[in-house]
Design a protein around this ligand. Sequence first.
Ligand code: FES
Length: 78
Amino acid sequence: MTRLVELEANGPRKLEPADIDDEKGDIAVCQCGLSDEFPFCDGSHRRTRDEDEGTTYVYADGERREVERVVTTDDADE
Ligand code: FES
């Protein structure tokens, strides 16, 4: 599967000692790109569990859609 998400940050987030989860004692960094607490995992990755290999998904406005392909503005000129 491929997943397309929109991220608005344009710089790094420095992790601080206060970012450590008091109960678990760790820092969970989001790798799926769907967390509302990005760069930290908030459990939103559970939404990806039924994704199929070979399918491209777009997550936007709280919904998931399957798409054939993604066309960028650069591609649209071709
Ligand atoms: S890995 Fe992205 S929300 Fe958990």
